[in-house]
Unconditional design. Structure first.
Length: 158
């Protein structure tokens, strides 16, 4: 796959499509595409298609969440900083997107290798931590099963 600048960007299109599918579920619209990933009949309470973005060097893109001074963990809510390659699209404007960081069940550690995080993940959680990205900076996107994401209860993990 080439990453040259064109008028068409497949990563932009894929993220826009994911946003449309998520919006359709939020509006209780029974659309089906890409194997009915978010069809409410098959996945009640699910509102997220998680994905991994790949850089032009073919590496998973990562972002850091819950960055705080002194990095003191709150034992009640687990306020550790974390690194993640997992995202949820919250908004798309052209090829700019607001992505929510999804936290893995893997013990948070900013020094862990991304491959260790990906391979150890059994569950993802919404965090409310967001990042703004230019989707033209990525060459590939890998959609993951919505079953990985803990069903949205209106509460974020962080």
């Amino acid at each position: 796959m080439s990453c040259k600048d064109h008028d068409f960007n497949c990563v932009c299109e894929a993220v826009r499509n994911i946003a449309d599918l998520q919006d359709a579920v939020e509006d209780n619209c029974p659309t089906s595409c890409f194997s009915n990933l978010l069809n409410p009949a098959f996945a009640p309470g699910r509102d997220t298609i998680p994905f991994i973005l790949y850089t032009k060097k073919g590496k998973p893109f990562t972002a850091f969440g819950n960055i705080r001074p002194n990095q003191v963990a709150n034992p009640v809510v687990g306020m550790n900083a974390f690194k993640t390659p997992f995202f949820r699209v919250n908004n798309v404007d052209g090829c700019c997107a607001t992505l929510e960081l999804l936290e893995s069940n893997v013990e948070p550690d900013c020094k862990k290798d991304v491959e260790e995080i990906i391979c150890g993940t059994e569950r993802l959680f919404r965090t409310g931590n967001c990042i703004e990205v230019d989707l033209k900076c990525f060459c590939a996107i890998q959609c993951l099963t919505p079953e990985l994401v803990q069903a949205n209860t209106g509460q974020f993990r962080r």
